[in-house]
Design a protein around this ligand. Sequence first.
Ligand code: HAM
Length: 420
Amino acid sequence: MSAPKIKAPRGTFDVLGEQAEARALLETRARSILEGAGYERIETPVFEATELFARGVGESTDIVRKEMFTLEDGAGRSLTLRPEGTAPVCRAYVEHGMHKRRQPVKLWYLSSFFRHERAQAGRYREFWQVGAEALGSEDPVVDAESILLLATLLSEMGVKGVRLRLSSLGGADSRAAYRERLQAYLHEHEESLSEDVRSRIDLNPLRAFDSEHAGTRRVMESAPRLLDHIGSEDAEHFAHVQELLSVANVAYEIDSTLVRGLDYYTRTVFEFTSDALGAQSGVGGGGRYDGLVQKLGGPPTPGMGWAAGVERILLAGDRQPAAVRAPELFVALADGARGQRRLAAFALLGAARSAGLRAQMELSGRSLKGQLGHAGALGARYAAIVENGETVLRDMQTGGQERIATDTVVHAVLRGLRDL
Ligand code: HAM
């Protein structure tokens, strides 16, 4: 009787073959764009103290209220698998005294994140984000450059049907005043709102803009908009960001209903969507979070950044990954070869790799005919059939072959490749 099969948990996936190639391509592009702009790579731990997200992302958000994978360590400390990367990056900024470096400190990451969401196409419980954070400057150029970098990445990955929605949430003061105004408006129209929105009027009234409920949507059409109530310095900052984006030819739409699912945002917020994605149309988003570092125990430090879903970029993109690269040399064994010849073949494999060749060797005990068929299927350029002290080197493209000393094979292959 065979043992029962075990499947990967719901909302998770394996990365196989071509998918791995596609992700590698995305990483290469992201690295080149972001490091070209002076961003340094950072990786933070997969789990953090739960407190980091409760305080950083916000107690009233869906993420903290119901989507975190939280566990206890042996000593009773509460740990959480990271649901996002901004709070961890800010924690690391404080922990490593990065405010003493030249500002802004610019960091990028490509990591896995965990949210207990309803799994569907484009929405997973373990997913990957590429993200960029710039800490220590409130200059609107930081906002515009950050948005431009994501626009460039999406364009280089061939993401189709991209739209950029942009808004400003203003500063803490105007937000607090607006919150009260919105709460009063929602209470006035309570009977038309969904159960869920009604229950959150006091906790998180802004989320009402995100509701799919028909009655709520009608009420929200005439709701007061935060963008109309932000302070004059914030409005000026926002106007600068828009000017800079226009100069850089980044098309955007102002959307005063844009609310993000995290509480740390101030001033600029934005989201890129792709119409190639269906229901989960958000491909990447972010904004400014000028109070977050201080909230996490650091000095007052402005911040701006974004994260984009790796799976969503690949779903909406049209870049075909390069095929897995074919070997330049396949080392085969004559039928029945054992002992010295196997050792000589293995040594040849090592010498070929040391010389920089992509080389593979027979690993499954195939017959010589089977090995040459396999080498052909892999697309190998040359096959070396190792015999006693000598090797038959076969050009897999022309079918021509020559018998040469085994220790000259690598040289012959290199010469052959050079003469192509
Ligand atoms: P977020 O909007 O929650 O922002 O996530 C950013 C992107 O991650 C989304 O646009 C989406 O592409 C992807 N994503 C989110 N949840 C899932 C999921 N369950 N499955 C697949 N993809 C998903 C943040 O996380 C902020 N930390 C962004 C930021 C950085 N803001 C400032 N700096």
